[in-house]
Design a protein around this ligand. Structure first.
Ligand SMILES: Cc1cc2nc3c(=O)[nH]c(=O)nc-3n(C[C@H](O)[C@H](O)[C@H](O)COP(=O)(O)OP(=O)(O)OC[C@H]3O[C@@H](n4cnc5c(N)ncnc54)[C@H](O)[C@@H]3O)c2cc1C
Length: 418
């Protein structure tokens, strides 16, 4: 089949790669001059099945009230006169019940475990250099109540197949000795040995190179402006090239992988996708002292920050702002992240050379991505991966490639259109 993949973030690149492996004639359209230039550019780096607890969970409404009006709150809500934002927030609140949280977590764990396996198998077939670290992920807790909640969450995750377990502070320090400076502020941790980390941007570039060698065509500087339908199929798509010229492109099937921009594009074809942008920030710093810097990927649950080691760079990411489409940097937020690194890991990073970034997570209300055939028979979705797009990219793409070929994917997951 002739397939056009829309969007070359980590999800679009992986989709193109697996579709090509199955023998399809694949073209990727991307408005930027290269792959992974938007949300996949400088994320937290975690391959984190243990991060499967949905952001919409029973504890969140209470937490939201406590965070209201605090400029350093991990989650900030900027309500605007935007019906789409209000509708999304209401659906988010509806996902906060215990039953829905449990269902969403199960879906994400299943897809996450599958995705880790697909990534491992891919590494065995292809040389991929992206500063991968296979040392697990530690979630760190500074108060007893949060640790108790985490014990419960870890137990549910184990029931779904994820090996997340509770460890005491001594064991956490044995796993990551660089934590010694924050020992006094820790009450416990969870450890998930099978989790990983790595640079999603480098990975997407490497995989795109392999895909291009195999015959995937990447067309950059092309902005898709419309999906034109005829009855219950996409007839063609329209795009503008970097020089302003207009193009009409046809294929047998289309894969929508435009991250949070998928929703406005789909709306033009009559599909309402519950995806909303949720802004986050990251800071990348050179390692100053190897012994003081972390190797194991970490999640500081109190401040909702993730820490990854990318070769001789340190990446710290977090915060969530439900506000709109702006990617403007917030100097105070960036400074707070740098300050936290300096306090938790004294001397580890060269904070004078911090590189700041922001990105828009393509969030669905329950954190579960939309993967599979849409109401339009030849339009497939691979989008809405929210806070876990790097974790879920390979599994989502491999599963999507199976669905396109009419085969049942090797993972139990609530695919769209099934
Ligand atoms: C601060 C932060 C930290 C994060 N940390 C982690 C983490 O540790 N682990 C994890 O798993 N995930 C993490 N994520 C989430 C992850 O980065 C995203 O889920 C993932 O990058 C989404 O990938 P994507 O390919 O769907 O979207 P994108 O990377 O945004 O790609 C979409 C592409 O579509 C293109 N596009 C859009 N519209 C058009 C158009 N009209 N025509 C042509 N092209 C178009 C865009 O240019 C873009 O290249 C984090 C996100 C943020 C913001």
């Amino acid at each position: 089949m002739r397939i056009i993949v829309l969007g070359a973030g980590v999800v679009g690149v992986a989709s193109a790669f697996f579709l090509r492996e199955q023998g399809h004639d694949v073209t990727v359209l991307e408005r930027q001059p290269q792959v992974a230039s938007c949300t996949s550019r400088a994320n937290g780096g975690q391959i984190s099945v243990s991060g499967a607890e949905p952001w919409a969970n029973p504890g969140v409404p209470r937490q939201l009230l406590a965070w209201l009006g605090r400029s350093d709150a991990p989650l900030r809500l900027r309500l605007r006169a935007d019906p789409a934002q209000w509708a999304w927030c209401l659906r988010f609140l509806r996902e906060c019940t215990a039953a829905r949280t449990e269902r969403n977590m199960r879906e994400i764990v299943h897809l996450g475990l599958y995705s880790r396996e697909v990534l491992r198998a891919l590494r065995e077939r292809r040389a991929l250099h992206y500063d991968a670290q296979r040392r697990g992920i530690l979630h760190l807790y500074g108060d007893e109540r949060a640790l108790r909640d985490a014990e419960h969450c870890a137990q549910r995750m184990r029931e779904f197949g994820c090996e997340r377990r509770v460890v005491d502070v001594d064991e956490a320090l044995r796993i990551e000795p660089a934590l010694h400076a924050m020992r006094a502020s820790l009450v416990g941790a969870t450890y998930t040995a099978g989790d990983e980390s790595g640079d999603a941007h480098a990975f997407a570039h490497e995989l795109a190179r392999h895909g291009a060698d195999d015959g995937v065509r990447f067309v950059f500087g092309h902005t898709v402006t419309a999906l034109r339908r005829r009855g219950d199929v996409i007839d063609h798509i329209e795009a503008t090239a970097a020089d302003g010229s207009f193009e009409r492109l046809e294929a047998d099937a289309y894969v929508l992988a435009c991250g949070c921009w998928s929703a406005p594009l789909a709306r033009g074809a009559g599909l309402v996708l519950p995806i909303h942008p949720v802004k986050g920030y990251s800071v990348t710093l050179p390692v100053a002292d190897d012994a003081a810097a972390w190797q194991v990927s970490l999640t500081d649950e109190r401040h909702k920050l993730v820490f990854s080691r990318l070769g001789q760079r340190l990446r710290v990411a977090g915060t969530a702002e439900v506000g709109g489409w702006s990617r403007a940097l917030d100097a105070a937020r960036g400074a707070a992240i740098v300050d936290r690194v300096a306090r938790l890991f004294p001397g580890a990073a060269d904070t004078s050379r911090a590189v700041h970034w922001s990105g828009l997570r393509p969030m669905t209300p329950g954190n579960v991505p939309l993967i599979g055939r849409s109401r339009l028979r030849n339009l497939f979705l691979n989008t809405g991966h929210g806070s876990l797009g790097w974790t879920l990219a390979c599994g989502s793409a491999a599963a999507l490639a199976s669905l396109v070929d009419g085969r049942r994917p090797d993972v139990r997951f609530a695919f769209t259109g099934t």
